[in-house]
Design a protein around this ligand. Structure first.
Ligand code: 5AD
Ligand code: SF4
Length: 447
């Protein structure tokens, strides 16, 4: 296609931040090939659905959505399915959804313009080959967010947690070059962003030659103009003393860690092949907290993993209480075809009612802890970054503290990207309302 005849593309993204980042890369690639992004599927010449395969529920949503899109799309529009579900289902997707003509796994986005072109000629293609060299270094991502930048630093995963489909859908772990990451961070700062979020499946296992994640935190954290560095998600076993030391000493690294626990029972952790015990997890949290005052810890927990007993679950609740997570993402175990957990003896299966009941108790426990802790915070002052307009549409802005509290403050779009000092005035239990005490433009930090 030539640049005079611009086409339109609509992308819908499911799943994790890595997928958001991949969608930004795909839109960037397509922009360079004459496509303008639109925010409605019925206005698009090309519709991409960037998918997640982590739980069955996520896949069912996408299948339902593909049916809706078939109704809403412009006649002749090209529909592509990308991401983890595309990688996992490949030809099955073409069979199930006749209006889909491009199926593209996470390492194949370079071919996107060409495959769309071929789809226009009536071809239906699948590209799901892994490419361990592929980091899309020459792509110019078209970022959705204007305030914080998602920066992928690693793709794939080398752990083999027995419930997880990710090693199958994203392949082996590989890290970007430190210099390439730093260059991208410099470019987002030049575009006016001050917060970066480093992304990887087990992001703290990052390594580029002799550089490890500690070196990466130092390099990124000292890029002039960067004011906040976050990362997601780390694995407890990759929190070396060096990494903890870097988190503690680089001022721009925020006092928050999202540390997936999955279970608080050593027996279950062992069957999950998480490679740490209950005590190991607690020790990791203790070390982080000792090094980083005010650190808030959030987590992921799975209930109903095969063989999880009432006692195991009680242990999970006990660890949840002991750590006092600021927030927890909770999931019912979802068997994924081809993962080792699906080959565990059938008698280990936890009945759905039991898993649902555990999920409800876990959610209640996490909420109760967060509510009690949040009530204690009222009246305190924090620095926030104003990230976006709150969805409620009542002239409220969503801002975050360094330790990841969400604070709704009054204001208008002109304040996006600014830092402010807020006083916390109320809480719903999970999020806060606040009053701005002092507001500042996002000036580069001294030095
Ligand atoms: N079933 C339920 N939850 C899962 N997760 C990963 N795989 C599964 C599965 N098969 C959860 C884990 C992970 C988060 C991203 O999704 O808690 O940390
Ligand atoms: Fe999945 Fe485990 Fe890798 Fe996380 S560390 S992506 S849970 S295999």
């Amino acid at each position: 296609m030539t640049c005079e005849q611009r086409s339109t593309v609509y992308v819908e993204t499911y799943g994790c931040q890595m997928n958001v980042s991949d969608s930004e890369l795909m839109l960037g690639k397509l922009a360079a090939h004459g496509y303008d992004a639109v925010d409605r599927p019925d206005a698009a010449d090309v519709i991409l659905v960037n998918t997640c395969a982590i739980r069955d529920h996520a896949e069912q949503r996408v299948l339902g959505r593909l049916g809706e899109l078939r109704r809403d799309m412009k006649p002749g529009a090209i529909v592509g399915v990308t991401g983890c579900m595309a990688q996992r289902l490949g030809p099955q997707l073409l069979k199930r959804a006749k209006h889909v003509s491009v199926v593209l796994g996470p390492d194949g986005y370079r071919a996107l313009p060409e495959l769309i072109e071929r789809a226009r000629q009536g071809e239906r293609t699948i590209a799901t080959t892994f490419d361990l060299e592929e980091h899309y270094e020459d792509f110019q991502p078209r970022r959705f967010d204007k305030v914080k930048a998602w920066i992928p630093v690693q793709r794939g995963c080398d752990y083999r947690c027995t419930y997880c489909i990710v090693p199958t859908t994203r392949g082996a772990e590989r890290s970007r070059k430190l210099a390439d990451v730093v260059r991208e961070v410099e470019s987002v700062v030049a575009d006016g962003m001050t917060e970066v979020v480093l992304l990887g499946q087990t992001v703290n296992s990052y390594h580029d030659g002799e550089y490890d994640f500690a070196d990466l935190l130092r390099a990124v954290g000292h890029v002039p103009g960067v004011r906040r560095v976050r990362f997601t998600s780390p694995h407890p076993n990759d929190f070396s003393d060096r990494v903890i030391e870097a988190m503690a000493t680089v001022d721009t690294v925020c006092e928050h860690v999202h540390l997936p626990m999955q279970s608080g029972s050593t027996r279950v952790l062992k069957r999950m092949l998480r490679r740490y015990t209950r005590e190991g997890y607690l020790e990791c949290v203790a070390k982080l907290r000792a090094a980083i005052p005010g650190l808030s810890v959030t987590t992921d927990v799975i209930v109903g993993f095969p063989g999880e007993t009432d006692d195991d679950f009680e242990e999970t609740l006990a660890v949840v209480r002991e750590v006092g997570f600021a927030e927890g993402f909770t999931f019912k175990f979802s068997p994924r075809d081809g993962t080792p957990a699906t080959r565990m003896p059938a008698e280990l299966t936890v009945p759905d009612e039991v898993a649902s009941d555990r999920l409800a108790r876990l959610v209640e426990t996490i909420r109760g802890i967060a509510r009690a802790s949040n009530l204690q915070q009222l009246g305190r002052r924090y620095e926030v970054l104003i990230e976006r307009e709150a969805r409620r549409g009542d002239a409220l802005l969503m801002s975050r503290t360094r330790d990841f509290k969400t604070v709704l403050v009054p204001g208008d779009a002109s304040m996006l990207g600014n830092y402010a000092t807020v006083e916390l005035t109320g809480t719903t239990g999970s999020t806060f309302t606040g009053q701005i005490v002092r507001e500042r433009q996002p000036l580069p930090m001294a030095g």
